[in-house]
Design a protein around this ligand. Structure first.
Ligand SMILES: Nc1nc2c(ncn2[C@@H]2O[C@H](COP(=O)(O)OP(=O)(O)OP(=O)(O)O)[C@@H](O)[C@H]2O)c(=O)[nH]1
Ligand SMILES: [Mg+2]
Length: 216
């Protein structure tokens, strides 16, 4: 699940007797789902932790490692603390506020997905790259739906990506023809955590399904 010496060192001082570590897999309006090696369970914040939190970015988000207390009688586990984050993705809250909203934590690499053709947008790409760089997340750019454009235009699209970010690593693929999918799978290292960032309709879910269906 991605727990390594880096987290171990930082988690040790936070763990109280009877507490254990779990990873946050979902957050929904103050309710949390956490999992350890054995099971996934609902969780809620300990009152003391909730009152000590000064900013919303200090609340657990997806990908965080948290110290939890599980109750033998069942019921939600209680979250007592968040282990420091190795990396994170966050965005600025709308308006003039200087606040941020956490998107995810402890992501090893973000796949920034844009579809060839109408979705391709260098300015949006740049915003995602800035977001990844701000949280020390390694970016990869995935150009999906390559089947929808002639190969000459693909070279042009890849050229535009390289203009937006000279150091960006780019992979072009098609979920429809399967071109590029083996290269995508080869990037994935067991135990690492990845996320897909991109507009609606660019093919994120289809890509995950292609990957999952060929991995089980
Ligand atoms: N031609 C073509 N169509 C694709 C490809 N990948 C996905 N699609 C289609 O694009 C549509 C949107 O794909 P999704 O995977 O649902 O997109 P998404 O990024 O998960 O969208 P949201 O869940 O709304 O954020 C679906 O109709 C897919 O079948 C591709 O490589 N080529
Ligand atoms: Mg989807």
């Amino acid at each position: 699940m991605g727990f390594d010496g880096w987290f171990e060192q930082r988690a040790a001082p936070l763990l109280q007797p009877g507490h254990s570590l779990a990873r946050v897999t979902a957050v929904d309006r103050g309710a949390f789902i956490v999992r350890n090696r054995d099971a996934e369970t609902c969780a809620e914040l300990a009152g003391r932790f909730r009152f000590a939190v000064r900013s919303t970015v200090d609340l657990p988000c997806v990908g965080d490692w948290v110290c939890v207390q599980r109750h033998a009688s069942g019921g939600p586990a209680v979250i007592h603390g968040v282990v420091p984050r190795k990396t994170f993705l966050r965005r600025k809250c709308p308006g003039r506020t200087a606040d941020f909203q956490m998107i995810a934590a402890n992501i090893d690499a973000a796949f920034i997905v844009q579809a060839c053709g109408s979705d391709f947008n260098p300015a949006r790409l740049d915003r995602y790259l800035v977001m990844a760089a701000g949280g020390a997340v390694e970016p990869w750019i995935l150009l999906t739906k390559t089947d929808l454009i002639p190969s000459g235009e693909l070279d042009q699209a890849i050229g535009l990506v390289r203009c937006a970010c000279a150091s960006a690593r780019v992979l072009a693929l098609s979920n429809t023809t399967g071109i590029g999918l083996d290269e995508f799978r080869a990037l994935l290292v067991p135990g690492e955590t990845y996320c897909l960032l991109g507009s609606s309709g660019v093919g994120k879910t289809t890509l995950i399904n292609c990957h999952v269906l060929t991995s089980v």
